[in-house]
Design a binder for this molecule. Sequence first.
Ligand code: G3I
Length: 382
Amino acid sequence: MMKKKRFLFSLLIAGFLASTLSCNFVLEEDEATAWNTAKPLKDIYNYNFLMGNVISPGDLGTVRFSILKRHYNSATAENDMKPDAIAPGSKPADGWPWPYRYTQTDNKIDKIVDAVNAAGMKMHGHTLIWHRQTPSWLTTGNRETVLANLEKYVTDVTTYFEGRVISWDVVNEAMRDGLSASDAGNWRSCLRTDSPWYRAIGSDYIEKAFLAARKADPKAILFYNDYNLNSNTGNGKPEAVFNMVKDINTRYPNVEGRPLIDGIGMQSHHHLNTTPQSVEVSIKSFIKLGVKIAISEMDIMASKSDDNNLTNEWNEDAAQRQAEKYAAMFRIFKNHAGYISRVTFWGLDDGKSWRASSHPTLLDKNYGLKPAFRAVAKPDNY
Ligand code: G3I
């Protein structure tokens, strides 16, 4: 009898100690009033996928970096890893600039990558080959010249960041807009012809970029990244991307031990009228390809100021509808978590978002928790 009492007493003490230690003054998200007391989003989704957000040089050493570090375990440079940031505006007379720029004192991207890694977060690389934010000298010349530039640029950059960047958007936004389902059968005819890479090289610029990246850093996870990849009726883009990845991975089934394209990045710049079902249809379809899926640039525009799809103003009702939309999306992500490697938001707060006046993020401009934050933290309750 005495033994049993002692045992129960020890259990009580152990339970008290465990709850005190594990609590660590972290409040449940629905009790929390601020970003620094709310349970970290990265812990909530620890067993599902990485949680990411964007970073810019000005964030280092500020409250913004503290927010990033608390809630996210992955970061993507919003602009500073794009070709126009990495390579100078014109080709210097003495040859290739790379990695010349990294010997300069104002080396913003190295500072970002080092700070992200030192904080225990994973760095995602955005983006190697894109039709925008790319200095024109890289894409000027005949096929042979431009292909050599593409291969050298991709090789040099991925080699430079090897071991410090875990994954890359190797090609970004190669498909044109306004594709119909009937276009999608021939993916090459769906490529945007306004890409200077396409114009100089032709449709094989895509596989050439992936081949160079895989060879330079075989451990890095290689993504094709694009927007409007949710399957709305009449939108042929998701199917065109499906067909491209299927074709390339069928032709290159084993490059350094695996198919050439590791994953598809669904940018996910949504708005209040986006239907979550259209997102799930695409996720299910991409899963059939056997590739990873990243939700790579997520935000949900909630007022008409920046988004032609909407007619409503920003108010409490819009904030609530936005929260419900985020919750519905996260319920889907959780259901397919085995195939989703990362969910990255495109903006820490509404103040500095690229679409600030549509209030698309989880925090307001004073870093206050929006209903959207609570919805992401507890999607099943919405
Ligand atoms: O750095 C200059 C600054 O010196 C100048 O004073 C200022 C004046 O406008 O412009 C600054 O550059 C801006 C840059 O963002 C940094 O803030 C550019 O004008 C502006 O065009 C650029 O916008 C970026 C956009 O990509 C450009 O393509 C956004 O921040 C960035 O969020 C956005 O990100 C893209 C992804 O890379 C790909 N998917 C779509 C997504 C949203 O458009």
